[in-house]
Design a protein. Structure first.
Length: 224
């Protein structure tokens, strides 16, 4: 027990204390006929606008740079961590538990090898890797067994970052064409799109990458 209260273990004991607190609140909520998990399941869609929603000046940034500054990395991080696949509360409890346990193990090893604990920040950075990796595997395992009763509908504004095809017309700046986009659920959406570059002309049948600006307009880059 002394490990829980020695120097350098504060972040880890706090993480485990939060988990115990959430567990106690969940039991109390269940006795009252509710559940914290139900609240977590109703949290906002974690697609957010991270897919590729950014505000750019299309006069100054070339299409290739715009793609580089898009939201593919955040979207990929959410998918890699499993945060998009399970209720947030389940993900949080898994992460805090693994972070707390990993940190205590790191400090125990440091004590055994050097006779003293690592600084809390150093130990936390070391513990993050196994905590995130373990949480990813737990989230993926839970996602496979969770009931698939949630809707597979996806709002049009979350389609930034997806690929599609110009299905009707020729896209020019100021003269949008129709693009056919499939979301991650396999649903088909039709958008009015314009080229990101002022002088670009994207013909029917061309494969495109979708970018959404904060003003709600969808722009595309030809990736054929």
């Amino acid at each position: 027990m002394s490990l829980f209260f020695q120097s350098g273990t504060g972040p880890f004991t706090l993480a485990l204390a939060v988990v115990l607190g959430l567990f106690a609140v969940e039991i109390l909520t269940l006795l009252l006929g509710g559940s914290l998990l139900a609240v977590g399941a109703d949290a906002p869609d974690l697609d957010l606008d991270m897919d590729a929603d950014f505000d750019i000046d299309t006069q100054d940034i070339p299409a290739s740079d715009a793609l580089a500054h898009g939201g593919a990395a955040p979207s990929g991080l959410l998918g890699w961590s499993g945060l998009r696949d399970v209720p947030f509360l389940i993900w949080l409890v898994s992460f805090l538990t693994l972070f707390g346990l990993s940190g205590l193990i790191v400090q125990a090893l440091a004590n055994a090898l050097t006779g003293g604990a690592l600084p809390a920040i150093a130990a936390s950075l070391i513990a993050l890797a196994p905590a995130l990796t373990g949480t990813r595997h737990i989230a993926n395992a839970i996602a496979r067994i969770m009931p698939k009763s949630e809707t597979s509908a996806m709002k049009t504004r979350f389609l930034g970052g997806h690929h599609g095809v110009i299905s009707q017309g020729t896209a020019r700046r100021g003269k949008p064409a129709e693009a056919r986009i499939k979301d991650r659920f396999g649903n088909t959406h039709y958008l009015r799109v314009e080229p990101l570059e002022d002088d670009a002309v994207i013909p029917q049948g061309a494969a495109v990458h979708v970018i959404r600006r904060k003003d709600g307009m969808f722009y595309v880059v030809d990736i054929s």
